[in-house]
Ligand binder design. Structure first.
Ligand code: F0G
Length: 410
């Protein structure tokens, strides 16, 4: 076994065979650590090149036993769109959109779930569970179905976008809507996992899930022909993804496969921004937001579980965490759709809105090569479009009326 679990607080080590979601001695978050010396010898990038661009292209860097079943739906391998029209409109020279909405269930969560659910099968779990603002539950439900496992999801009532709820239900998950917000749902499901034998928790406090999500960094480097972007911008909610992506770049660096590291920039919605606030004030702790509120329901989180990993990622990469207003998020959603043909959900548009704001204040320069991660597909939350776009025109089937309505009859 070339990996173990390590506490990010006190450094305690645990065997990879333990099912643990927090350090037993200090309660802090865990991460998967490798023996990089032995990996340096076993990783052969020519093997990677022979495989399709996907999460499993990098299987030597994923903590699943050889011979274990891979529960896969074809995740990863998402496009890195060179976004020329958007780049020009923002006054930049080179920017790309890594569109995670192209994943099988329409969000980046699939990268984590292919590994997390494979792990669940490997350890003989019978049930999997998560709390979710929607995408995690949609993804877990799909991968659980694929693996033949029972799936339980706990979501905040009334605040999950319809498309995501539909996904969880159709894949056969047992859905519990909780009176309360995501933070309450996470607390409830963690407690459930502690008392229910055979139930494997797949929120991002499970360090294996983040190992799947780190592959986004590997793909970006491959898609840029081995180049490392100067800056990577990621929407932040529970803060697992930015931590995972940073770990991916660090892995490549430790293995000697890249020599530079990008700046990691996280974007939170103004009404749910405890990490940005801690960053702004130079604090090493967050003050949870008791009643988080934002139109970007995916990142409507007041007490992010992985805040410490996220602060570490931005501080050690010389990056930052910024906030954007709901209005800026919705404007960016429309801008991306109309300039690039990429339809993302509001939380995803936070990365674009954040970039726009940071260029305007000079915190990102026009010389930087930027990758914005858009995390989920726009069709997950179609109702929001009614709020940002004009309504379709209704007319009788008469050419003159159609032309007049379209302004074509001059
Ligand atoms: N974007 C989308 C579309 C998301 O669904 C999420 C998180 C994020 C960004 C933020 O990622 O939590 O790793 O910082 N959604 C979770 C869920 C919380 O339950 O689906 P994060």
């Amino acid at each position: 076994m070339n990996h173990h679990l390590e506490c990010i607080g006190c450094g305690a080590h645990y065997s990879s065979s333990e099912v643990l979601y927090a350090c037993r001695s200090c309660g802090d978050l865990l991460e998967v650590r490798y023996d990089y010396e032995s990996l340096r010898e076993s990783v052969d990038t020519s093997l990677w090149k022979a495989r399709p661009l996907s999460v499993w292209r990098y299987e030597e860097l994923l903590p699943l036993d050889r011979g274990s079943v891979k529960v896969s739906l074809g995740e990863g391998g998402t496009s890195l769109h060179r976004s020329i029209r958007l780049t020009e409109s923002l006054g930049l020279k080179r920017m790309h959109v890594k569109n995670e909405g192209e994943n099988p269930t329409g969000s980046f969560k699939d990268r984590g779930m292919t590994l997390g659910v494979s792990k669940a099968v490997e350890i003989g779990a019978e049930k999997v569970a998560c709390a979710s603002t929607g995408n995690t539950s949609a993804s877990l439900a799909a991968y659980a179905a694929r693996a033949g496992l029972e799936c339980i999801v706990v979501i905040p009532s009334g605040k999950v976008a319809l498309g995501k709820l539909a996904q969880a239900v159709v894949y056969g998950a047992r859905v519990v809507q909780l009176e309360g917000n995501f933070d309450d749902a996470l607390r409830a499901v963690v407690e459930l996992a502690q008392s229910e034998i055979g139930l494997y928790l797949l929120n991002s406090i499970n360090p294996y899930r983040l190992e799947g999500q780190k592959t986004l960094a590997y793909e970006v480097c491959d898609q840029l022909g081995g180049r490392v972007p100067d800056t990577v911008i990621v929407p932040v909610g529970n803060a697992g993804n930015i931590s995972a992506i940073w770990k991916g770049f660090q892995d490549l660096n430790q293995l000697g496969l890249i020599s530079d590291l990008p700046r990691m920039i996280g974007i939170q919605a103004e009404g749910a921004s405890p990490i940005a606030e801690a960053f702004r004030r130079g604090l090493s702790r967050i003050d949870p937001v008791p009643n988080p509120e934002t139109v970007a329901t995916a990142i409507r989180i007041g007490s992010p579980a992985s805040w410490k990993k996220a602060l570490r990622a931005v501080r050690s990469s010389n990056g930052l965490i910024e906030t954007v207003a709901d209005r800026e998020i919705l404007e960016a959603q429309k801008l991306l759709a109309r300039l690039e043909g990429i339809f993302v959900e509001p939380a995803s548009a936070a990365s674009i809105a954040g970039l726009k704001k940071l260029v305007e204040v000079g915190a990102v320069s026009s010389e930087e090569e930027v990758v914005c991660v858009t995390t989920g597909h726009g069709l997950k939350d179609p109702e929001i479009v009614e709020r940002i776009c004009e309504k379709p025109i209704t007319v009788n089937a008469d050419q003159n009326l159609i032309k007049r309505a379209l302004g074509l009859n001059r």
